[in-house]
Design a protein around this ligand. Structure first.
Ligand SMILES: N[C@@H](CCC(=O)N[C@@H](CS)C(=O)NCC(=O)O)C(=O)O
Length: 189
């Protein structure tokens, strides 16, 4: 979003478990956390997206009027993302993942993606509206973490993502498994 809005943000890849400074910025110790705003540190991706949208009100990140289908789609995208993150946590859990929990998360992801596929006409041509950016980021994340399995079940989203991935904003921000660039201390600016 920042890239699409022409807002220069410095992105820092951190290890959330090691970064000592993180809890001073976000007591939940989660990323993303946007630091050094005039309003202090902001956290939760939804809050950060709304904040960035407010900085570029003419960019078309949000619909012109309250749109409950749009809001529900954002919640769907965030919910699938949360399930993907939880799945990743379950897969890497020692001494082993719970098959029942994995099945529940996989079902949530599958049903969520089926809904997004059905609704793709509602957002496919709306770039850079937030639901379109969110959908592209979500699909890129799922591909990065879980693999290509979703593409057969969501052919329209699959073709759409291939086109979106060519865009400079996606090229610059795709999930790559980048290693932390900071130590446990926050970089000084
Ligand atoms: N609702 C939060 C979720 C954030 C979240 O789950 N972040 C994950 C990485 S994608 C995290 O920081 N995990 C570290 C942990 O669980 O300790 C948001 O949308 O910002």
């Amino acid at each position: 979003m920042a890239y699409e809005a022409g807002i220069a943000l410095e992105r820092e890849v951190i290890d959330v478990y090691e970064a000592e400074f993180l809890e001073a910025e976000n007591p939940l110790r989660l990323i993303p956390t946007l630091v050094d705003t005039p309003h202090g540190s902001l956290h939760d991706s939804r809050v950060i997206c709304r904040y960035l949208a407010g900085l570029a009100p003419d960019r078309g990140f949000l619909p012109p009027e309250t749109d409950w289908r749009f809001e529900t789609r954002l919640a769907l995208i965030a919910g699938i993302m949360d399930a993907g993150v939880a799945r990743q946590g379950e897969v890497s859990r020692a001494p082993g993942s719970s098959e029942a929990r994995l099945a529940l998360l996989d079902r949530r992801i599958r049903l969520g993606l089926a809904t997004l596929e059905r609704e793709s006409d509602a957002f496919a041509a709306s770039w850079p509206r937030l639901d379109a950016i969110g959908a592209a980021a979500l699909l890129d994340y799922l591909e990065f973490r879980i693999g290509l399995g979703w593409r057969a079940d969501a052919p329209r989203l699959s073709d759409w993502l291939d086109v979106r991935n060519e865009m400079p904003s996606m090229q610059a921000t795709r999930f790559t498994g980048a290693q932390p660039t900071s130590s446990t201390q926050r970089r000084t600016r």
